[in-house]
Design a protein around this ligand. Structure first.
Ligand code: UD1
Ligand code: CA
Length: 459
């Protein structure tokens, strides 16, 4: 037995009012198509074919390996789409699962149930249905006992059919051969002039074949046609992720205000405060405390680290390190164990060694800082001369005075000091104090002289 999956992804998604093909819109860190393919993946289908059309190039780029594609051009309806999809499946496929590319809440176990029921019951077709309080807009399922006798599109319903609550999700399993035959007999004599896949159900029934229905939870059947629906499925996907993490032992003060993408790993024992966004390849270790108000992408936060009110992008935060409030850590930032990036600190492409601290108001770029060093408030590594970037190297146990400009390339030796306000343009020898300031002058009685001059000029 060989299973082929056809994913319908050619539609434009007019109501999204967007250049981006509908199935590439994202929710909780994945495209809609990505979510559907993730639900299809555990079925271990022999073939997966995406039917693409609008924005085909972009959609092809988004397909993982192992998913083939065929272009449907022009788009003449769902029946036409499946005909095109079937042409992309090999001859050995005997069961075809059809899945729309815009139903991100579909679960793998539901798809597996559809395929299993279909095979167990030796059906020609199996339709996944949901029961809706307001079925307006959907195809209604007509039954006679167990047998599904047809699907009537909303605009073609009569008064009786309009009151049917059981609707078509557009997920089906088909016998491949019977499907191919029925598709060849579809007409387009309907209100939209399209080939309706739903008419295949009526044809198979009329031919005396078995057509069954599987009913699932209404939430799973939610498709996305608009940004409002995209937001709602995003919310459902996020709460699914948060519920799973909390069940695994992650603490969340208010999960409705935690935005964790699929693909982010949070270990049991971590605590997530509100207004936290964890995106891309981010990981959070046990005992780490993240938030409130943290936006972290592709960042690894080690066990025991604390990150508050900060933006992190491509950073590595070591064990027991502390970040924020109000740090901006850019790609290549690597805070070692117990290191600190404090208030109003920006760091990029730099290593901050074990227990070293950058506590206040600094810019550190293209820099290596050794262990147990302290960078005084308002220090700047002057890494860019307008043409090239240069590195600053700071040793172990260094004390950089407040408001030091470190003009790179420059090296500060171990145990060295710099005086506050210095512009350091030469390397500093280990253990030395480098100070670069003009001598302080004083003009005695200056204030009185000014006052006398002002009153004279005023007369
Ligand atoms: C379809 C069903 C309807 C069901 C509803 C569930 C038909 C005729 N109707 O209606 O019974 O209740 O889904 O959401 O099938 N697509 C293509 N190529 C095309 C046309 C569509 O790839 O030529 C794709 C779309 O991108 C989409 C899916 O097929 O992913 C469904 O198409 P859509 O036009 O949204 O169908 P509905 O009118 O919603
Ligand atoms: Ca639809």
């Amino acid at each position: 037995m060989s299973l082929g999956v056809i994913v319908l992804a050619a539609g434009k998604g007019t109501r999204m009012k967007s250049e981006l093909p509908k199935v590439l819109h994202r929710a909780a860190g994945r495209s809609l198509l990505g979510w559907v393919l993730a639900a299809v993946d555990p079925l271990e289908a022999d073939e997966i074919v995406a039917v693409i059309g609008h924005g085909a190039d972009a959609v092809v780029d988004a397909l993982p390996s192992g998913v083939a594609s065929v272009v449907q051009e022009p788009q003449l309806g769902t029946g036409d789409a499946v005909r095109v999809g079937l042409s992309g499946c090999g001859d050995t496929v005997d069961t075809v699962l059809v899945v729309p590319g815009d139903m991100p809440l579909l679960e793998a176990c539901t798809l597996a149930t559809v395929v299993e029921t279909h095979r167990d019951q030796h059906a020609a077709a199996t339709v996944l249905a949901v029961e809706m309080d307001d079925p307006t807009g959907y195809g209604r399922i007509e039954r006679r006992g167990d047998q599904v006798v047809g699907i009537v599109e909303d605009r073609d319903t009569d008064d009786r059919q309009r009151r049917i609550n059981e609707v078509n999700t557009s997920v089906y399993a088909f016998d491949a051969e019977l499907l191919g035959d029925a598709l060849g007999r579809l007409g387009r004599d309907n209100s939209q002039g399209e080939y309706y896949l739903t008419d295949v159900i009526g044809i198979l029934n009329a031919d005396g074949h078995r057509v069954v229905g599987v009913v699932t939870d209404v939430v799973e059947g939610a498709g996305v046609n608009s940004h409002a629906q995209l937001a709602r499925v995003g919310e459902a996907l996020r709460s699914g992720i948060n519920d799973r993490l909390m069940a695994e032992g992650v603490a969340m003060l208010d999960p409705s205000r935690v935005y964790i993408d699929a693909g982010v790993a949070v270990d049991p024992g971590a605590t997530i405060y509100p207004d936290v966004y964890l995106e891309g390849d981010t990981t959070v270790g046990a005992g780490a405390v993240v938030g409130p108000s943290v936006h972290a992408g592709n960042t690894s936060i080690a066990p025991g680290a604390t990150v508050r009110f900060s933006v992190l992008d491509g950073a590595v935060i070591g064990p027991e390190a502390t970040v924020g409030p109000f740090s901006y850590l850019r790609p290549g930032t690597d805070l070692k164990e117990g290191a600190k990036a404090g208030a109003f600190v920006e760091i990029k492409n730099s290593q901050v060694g074990v227990r070293s601290k950058v506590p206040h108001l600094s810019y550190i770029g293209d820099t290596t800082i050794g262990e147990a060093s302290n960078i005084g408030a308002a220090t700047v590594t002057v890494n860019y001369d307008g043409f090239e970037k240069h590195r600053t190297t700071i040793g172990d146990r260094v004390r950089i005075g407040s408001d030091t400009m470190l003009v790179a390339p420059v090296t500060i030796g171990d145990d060295a000091y710099t005086g506050a306000g210095s512009v350091i343009t030469h390397d500093v020898t280990p253990g030395a104090l480098a100070i670069e300031r003009s001598h302080q002058k004083e003009i005695p009685g200056y204030a009185d002289k000014r006052k006398r001059r002002a009153s004279r000029d005023g007369e």
